[in-house]
Design a protein around this ligand. Structure first.
Ligand SMILES: Cc1cc2nc3c(=O)[nH]c(=O)nc-3n(C[C@H](O)[C@H](O)[C@H](O)COP(=O)(O)O)c2cc1C
Length: 355
């Protein structure tokens, strides 16, 4: 109740100020504490190097915690894992403000933040005390490239090297629409080159450190079927572990809110169908050989369940938090357990790809 009221009160502020204040409050320990137990939603992801255990399959999507300030607070609020970033090697300010818009009538968000973040050094410094904890949250580390980088691919290699050992999995984000030209890395030849460099760097890091981590590639929902199929083939060829489907969209179909014509990536409710369709294509193309994380427009247990049935082993959300507040993780988990039980599934892994 208090968090729902606080979420509504935050809407008095411009969206980015509301977000900055939310992160400050969470950092100060004022976030909710989940007491919900959902063993049905625990899931294990096997990869070359071991097994990664997620206490529940509902995670926080990247972009909320760009500087790794609050992974502990967000998992304490009920998320099974928190993806921090996107982080770039050097700090950068991002695009001019305003660059974040609420589309309340559509339950959507448009952002053109442009990878604003404090850079790898601050990000790593924030992660060190988290890693020193006895009980560490499951953390994804989402890496990107600086806007002005002479060699963008080298930025991903730099991120992987600097953060190796500081998280639970990595995400290679080449699908933000807000860094000009970044999405071109999704094209077949660029992608093969990039993933080749990632695979080579990973092999060297495994050799030196003796540990491995799952690596995911995060893709746009605006790829067509054959592009998704090519992406799946490259991901398998370079032995990455999975895909996050998806990032925000350039589409504005069906929007009615005043800010609908702002440029940037759109997320939230209107992204659900598009991103779930892309997920289904990726699942069919991968034949179950990749771990898929479904993101896009999830604000309920039923929608998380639809992502799982479409092939996702894990689900992420962000935009719905803007409208529903941080108690949403527990609400989604509770309803997802009911959905599973109604269809006779004892665990989330039984329902993955059930159609
Ligand atoms: C304000 C905002 C910032 C975002 N920043 C990032 C980012 O830095 N890196 C990234 O991979 N995705 C970013 N995303 C995309 C989300 O992680 C997610 O893929 C997308 O919003 C779809 O999920 P949703 O509909 O639940 O928000 C951002 C989304 C929003 C709304």
């Amino acid at each position: 109740m208090i968090y729902t009221l606080a979420t509504q009160a935050l809407h008095i502020l411009p969206p980015e100020d509301a977000h900055t204040l939310t992160v400050l409050l969470l950092k100060a320990g004022l976030g909710p504490v989940s007491r919900l137990s959902t063993p049905e939603l625990a899931i294990e992801v096997a990869f070359d190097g071991g097994i990664l255990r997620f206490p529940n399959c509902i995670g926080l999507a990247a972009g909320f915690d760009k500087n790794a300030d609050v992974p502990v607070a967000m998992t304490r609020a009920g998320f099974g894992f928190a993806e921090c970033g996107t982080v770039t090697p050097l700090p950068q300010g991002g695009n001019p403000k305003p660059r974040l818009f609420r589309l309340t009538e559509d339950q959507a968000v448009i952002n053109r933040m442009g990878f604003n973040n404090k850079g790898l050094e601050v990000f790593s410094r924030h992660l060190e005390p988290v890693n020193a904890r006895r009980k560490k949250p499951v953390m994804g580390l989402n890496i990107g490239a600086n806007k002005d980088a002479a060699d963008r691919m080298a930025d991903y290699v730099t991120g992987l090297k600097r953060l190796w050992g500081l998280g639970s999995y990595f995400t290679i984000n080449i699908s933000s629409p807000n860094t000009p030209g970044l999405r071109a890395l999704q094209g077949k030849s660029h992608l093969d080159d990039l993933l080749g460099q990632i695979a080579e760097t990973r092999a060297a890091l495994v050799k030196v450190s003796g540990v491995n981590y799952p690596i995911f590639l995060k893709i746009a929902p605006d790829l067509d079927d054959s592009e998704i199929e090519d992406t799946v083939a490259s991901t398998l060829a370079h032995k990455l572990d999975g895909l996050i489907v998806s990032n925000t969209t350039l589409s504005r179909d069906g929007l009615i809110s005043a800010h609908a014509s702002e440029s940037g990536g759109m997320s939230g409710a209107p992204l659900f169908e598009l991103s779930t369709r892309a997920l289904r294509v990726a699942y069919a193309a991968s034949g179950g050989k990749l771990v898929l994380i479904g993101a896009g427009g999830v604000s309920s247990g039923a929608q998380a369940y639809a992502k799982i049935r479409a092939g996702a082993s894990l689900v992420q959300l962000y935009s719905a938090l803007v409208y529903k507040g941080p108690r949403l993780a527990d609400e989604v988990r509770r309803d997802l357990v009911s959905c599973l039980k109604a269809d006779g599934f004892r665990s989330v892994s039984e329902a993955v790809g059930a159609g």
